[in-house]
Write a protein of this length. Sequence first.
Length: 256
Amino acid sequence: MPNNNRKPTGVRADDIEDQLVEKPAVSNALRIKPDHMKKFTPLTENQRIFFEMYDGGGYFMFLLGSPGTGKSFVAMYKALEEVMSKDNPFKQVVIVRSAVQTRDVGFLPGSLEEKNEIYQLPYIEICTTLFGRSDAYQRLVEQGVIRFITTTAIRGISIDDSVIVVDECQSMSWHELSTVVTRVGHRSKIIFSGDRGQNDLIKSKYDQSGLGQFLNVSRTMSAFQEVIFTPDDIIRSSLTRDFIIACDKLGLLPGN
């Protein structure tokens, strides 16, 4: 039964179309090429496990656990490494984020694309690190290598020939998560990344995280593979690691 009490999101059909418009071609002088990408090796045992899982042909993968462990970074790195390699079967990296942000900023000025720019900052930073250029993310979007989309615009489409990175999935409802996974089309693979301790839906009475239910279902599937990152895997900084370990000792971190 529809929930007639749900708050309007302030998202228009025209806004959704903004996410689907083809980007203009980038000039050859500014193009990002495969050999521009830096090489990285795993920094922790669980990062190594993910690298081997990905290289071994994993196509339904989940990176779960503590913040600061590089989950989003390694997911983007492996996705871009494969998509940009020669003779690969994939045409793009599709980044999917929850529509929860549009519920927060739905009434601010600008199109949905403009409102969502702040939520692309982590991937701008990752691409800057990977390619040593501050414009790397924008150039890869223009070249069609990267596509950013929210769950608002994902319904009714099929994502073929792509490596899909679903980030911050702890802030997705069951409906959003099930919708995303059923968008996976021919010759695509999908990587989920999340941390139950950073759920933005706790402030909403209209939505609840569907991560637990999604994991319960996924763990019954033979294709599903996961890596659980712990505070021992934190590489962001010693302060971040010490803080998370202290929270863990006091029982303040939800179990993944």
